[in-house]
Design a protein around this ligand. Structure first.
Ligand code: GLN
Length: 533
């Protein structure tokens, strides 16, 4: 079979769930035994998402190879179970730096270097390289941004050219738009018509239109969109809001998207894998009854839950696996610094302190950790949460009153200090300790019970680490470092053996959690919370 391409664009506004739509189509195809490869195009000038504030874009997701990317790539990994790499994320920054570098080397042989054809050629070559190297049957490309944005123009032009170069049965366009409701409940098609018009002006005609809407589209609304936008009525797909994103593949399939894609790309009807459907059914069957637990998440971007998307998803995966209904209480760390605020933990069965950067809110998080340790409430600390747990232990167990992190202030006791290889590094983009690294687990520890093995690989994203000089002082009253790197000098896991569940990791286990493969620390944490009830 020749390589097939599915390109997803978006109209009307951002945040419609284009990424979830594409990830869901990936899942549908995968469940029909097609091998797929996703590519995300981000039209911003940043080389990658590493330097971006999670307030604006949501969390920075980390790939196995250490690339820092937009959270959509996390959704692709979770929905399709494919491991992505740097090449799967194409940004304007990446494309232009490659073109400019080539120009400086003289590789354009005296030509005037232009958006068309040089930039568009670079984009097409990158898409085709990823597709060819992946060994996949179908390559899915999401063009980020909204049609009409200046930034996405070169990318849309590149996919337009590709469509002409590939055979008709190898290329499919999907456009995701919004169908709003009026106060009287009427479904309005005009924004969709306009965004398809904008696409057509660029020479692109969608094959399928996915309409995001509050409730499923009425038949006559579908017909109207089909007529005005020049697609078949069966190619107008309703994508109503769902309670849970993992239902989207099932909904889209029910709407007939697979049948249409199959016909256009001349795919064969394959037997369907039902594991995903069963997972969604299990999740939906969970009710707020007996197995309900309440977890406090003490963060800094708590009002924008997307900044902790992978953690939220990892909790969901583990909850579905062990059959409990989790409510997450998002707490702003700074608010805990006020006297008496600690009562917010009164009814919680677990406390989670996620990753983070900078001093704001750090003392509030330390307070939360102390509360969890002293009151024997199950605790999970991730990355910054791990580092702050080390500081809490240094201050309150090892009695080093001024213990702190060198990231946060000048201190006589930098129990958390800059990684050796970071000394002298000034550039901020892509220079942290990133991606997959091996972690070696000590025998007879909670860590060994959690993972059931002695060596694991987890994803990292940090610049600071436990200062080895303080390890001996901190390992008291049940506190031990139960995981480290191969040298044994770089601490990766902290646990408290006199506590029902006190577990913190320098790495980010949430990035490897998948709906059908939940992360072991999350399963163990929720298990402990259930026992706490
Ligand atoms: N700020 C800490 C560091 O850079 C922790 C980073 C994180 O939580 N991802 O080491």
């Amino acid at each position: 079979m020749s390589m097939k391409f599915i390109v997803v664009t978006g109209g009307v506004m951002s945040g419609l769930g284009k990424g979830i739509t594409m990830a869901s189509i990936g899942r549908i195809l995968r469940d029909r035994s097609y091998k797929i490869v996703p590519i995300k195009i981000d039209p911003y000038i940043n080389i990658d998402a590493g330097t971006m504030n999670p307030f604006q874009h949501g969390e920075v997701y980390v790939l196995g190879d250490g690339t820092e990317v937009d959270l959509d790539l996390g959704n692709y990994e979770r929905f399709t179970d494919v491991e992505l790499e740097r090449a799967h994320n194409i940004t304007t920054g990446v494309v232009y730096s490659a073109v400019i570098e080539r120009e400086r080397k003289g590789e354009y042989l005296g030509q005037t270097v232009q958006i068309i054809p040089h930039v568009t050629n670079e984009i097409k070559a990158r898409i085709r390289d990823v597709a060819a190297n992946s060994g996949a049957d179908i390559c899915l490309v999401e063009v980020g941004g909204t049609v009409g944005d200046i930034e996405s123009m070169p990318f849309l032009e590149a996919v337009r050219q590709m469509q002409g170069e590939e055979s008709e049965t190898d290329f499919l366009f999907i456009h995701v738009t919004l169908v709003p409701f009026t106060a009287l409940g009427e479904q309005k098609t005009k924004p969709t018509q306009h965004s398809v018009k904008a696409l057509r002006e660029l020479g692109l005609q969608p094959d399928i239109i996915v309409c995001r809407c509050k409730k499923a589209l009425k038949v006559d609304v579908k017909k109207k969109i089909a007529m005005f936008c020049n697609v078949k009525p069966e190619a107008v797909i309703s994508a109503p809001d769902t309670e849970d994103i993992y239902e989207v593949p099932l909904l889209l399939e029910k709407e007939g998207i697979y049948t249409y894609v199959m016909q256009k790309l001349q795919l064969e009807q394959q037997k369907k894998d039902m594991a995903w459907l069963k997972m969604v059914e299990r999740q939906k069957a969970l009710s707020a009854g007996d197995n309900a637990i309440l977890i406090a998440i003490v963060g800094k971007y708590a009002e924008l839950e997307d900044s902790y998307l992978s953690i939220k998803e990892a909790i969901k995966h583990a909850a579905t696996a062990i059959g409990c209904k989790v409510t997450m209480r998002w707490l702003e760390a700074e608010d805990l610094e006020v006297k008496g605020a600690i009562t917010v933990f009164d009814n919680v069965q677990g406390i989670l302190v996620p990753g983070g950067f900078g001093i704001r809110g750090a003392e509030g998080k330390i307070k939360a950790i102390e509360y969890a340790r002293v009151n024997k409430i199950p605790f999970l600390g991730l990355c910054f949460g791990f580092q702050l747990a080390v500081i809490e232990a240094a201050r309150n167990i090892a009695k080093l009153k001024d213990a702190h992190s060198a990231e946060l202030c000048d201190t006589p006791h930098p129990v958390i200090d800059l990684l050796e290889e970071q000394k002298g590094v000034t550039a901020k983009g892509g220079t942290m300790m990133l991606g997959d690294h091996e972690v070696f687990i000590r025998g007879d520890t909670l860590a060994e019970r959690v993972y059931g093995k002695k060596k694991i690989v987890e994803r990292h994203r940090h610049r600071y680490e436990v200062n080895p000089e303080y390890v001996g002082m901190i390992e008291r009253e049940g506190m031990i470092f139960s995981g480290s790197d191969r040298s044994g000098l770089r601490m990766e896991i902290l646990e408290n053996q006199q506590h029902p569940f006190f577990f913190a990791t320098q790495f980010h286990p949430e990035f490897k959690s998948r709906p059908n493969k939940p992360s072991p620390p999350f399963i163990a944490f929720l298990g402990a919370c259930m026992r706490k009830r």
